[in-house]
Ligand binder design. Structure first.
Ligand code: 13P
Length: 338
């Protein structure tokens, strides 16, 4: 493990004014996104769409890294340049999703454990050769009156820590992603309690397994009311509650926290990140690793039509720029209209 290389990569990923694009949708997820714009999910359509994002002029001013899927890290631009090389040439760090998905947790109906540890050491070595310098592993937690179980917190934390240790052995920065899902009718207070338990279990497991925290990043949910809750917490409550949970659970040795957007609207995801940064300084950088909140307008503007590639890039560039401003608390909702 090269601690200084890991730290340098983690710090570069959360450099001021920049954040991460999550473009690592699995084949099933990208098909759902393409279905929403009536575009067939062929390998070449997926390549053309991701090329549109990766060649957006100026995006690298606000994007420090891109998370790729296994298929995408092996694809190339029209001129034959492999995507990882294309990104690295713009100073954007290539990353890779390495988990193989959240699977039903045996003995606990309604819960999942994330798989992908088998053969991970060998896969990481190959991804490093292909240019990846960071990775992602996502665990999910569902809230009901009786869930998550402590069993679910423990097994997911254990797997996340095993993944993180293997990444660091391969000189790849692990992003650990425990995602508490928004589905349900729970209050923001319940989401905060569950998020604190998930993070508490995670940092205990990372400590127990000797993971080097300065060479990691955390990718959490914000604490939100459930989608179906009678009352939705305000942006200010979301920001305050989320920071309050992190202050109790995320060690100061972690260089950065990069949020997932998890079903928030693009504008909410930006506004809430902005508010949290206005509440700083914090012990960690607060940044973004958005999938939907960076891509949704671009996907719609593109609509699968070659003539709309410029419009798709403009939509993506706008979200990248506004989230870049939210890094320093300098975003203003009026900027959406500009
Ligand atoms: P969303 O921002 O769309 O939640 O995606 C981020 C991600 O990478 C989830 O694993």
């Amino acid at each position: 493990m090269d601690k200084s290389a890991l730290t340098a990569t983690a710090e570069a990923l959360v450099a001021p004014g920049k954040g991460i694009l999550a473009a690592d949708e699995s084949s099933g997820t990208i098909k759902k996104r393409f279905d929403s714009i009536s575009v067939e999910s062929t390998e070449d359509n997926r390549r053309v769409y991701r090329q549109m994002l990766f060649t957006t002029p100026g995006a690298s001013d606000h994007i420090s890294g891109v998370i790729l899927f296994d298929e995408t890290i092996r694809q190339s631009a029209d001129d034959g340049t492999p995507f990882p090389k294309l990104l690295a040439g713009q100073g954007v760090i290539p990353g890779i999703k390495v988990d193989t998905g959240a699977k039903p947790l045996a003995g606990s109906e309604g819960e999942t454990v994330t798989e992908g540890l088998d053969g991970l050491r060998e896969r990481l070595a190959e991804y490093y050769e292909l240019g990846a310098r960071f990775a992602k592993w996502r665990a999910t937690y569902t809230i009901t009156d009786s869930l998550p179980s402590s069993y679910c917190y423990d097994v997911n934390a254990h797997a996340l820590a095993r993944y993180a240790a293997l990444c660091q052995e391969a000189n790849i920065v692990p992003i650990v992603e425990p995602e508490v899902l928004m589905d349900g009718t729970h209050t923001i207070a319940r989401a905060a309690n569950v998020t604190a338990h998930a993070l508490g279990a995670l940092y205990r497991a990372l400590f127990d397994q000797g993971v080097y925290l300065p060479g990691t990043l955390l990718k959490p949910n914000m604490c939100l009311s459930g989608y179906g809750a009678a009352e939705q917490a305000s942006d200010e409550e979301v920001a305050k509650t989320t920071i309050g949970v992190f202050e109790y659970t995320v060690p100061a040795a972690v260089p950065g926290i990069v949020f997932l957007s998890g079903g928030q609207s693009d504008e909410q995801a930006t506004a809430r990140l902005n508010l949290m940064n206005q509440m700083g300084p914090h012990p960690w950088q607060l940044s973004f690793s958005y999938g939907r909140a960076l891509q949704a307008p671009a996907l719609k503007a593109w609509g699968g039509k070659p003539d709309n590639l410029g419009a798709g890039q403009a939509a993506y560039a706008k979200r990248a720029r506004l989230n870049g401003l939210a890094r320093s608390g300098d975003y203003k909702p009026e900027m959406e209209a500009a």
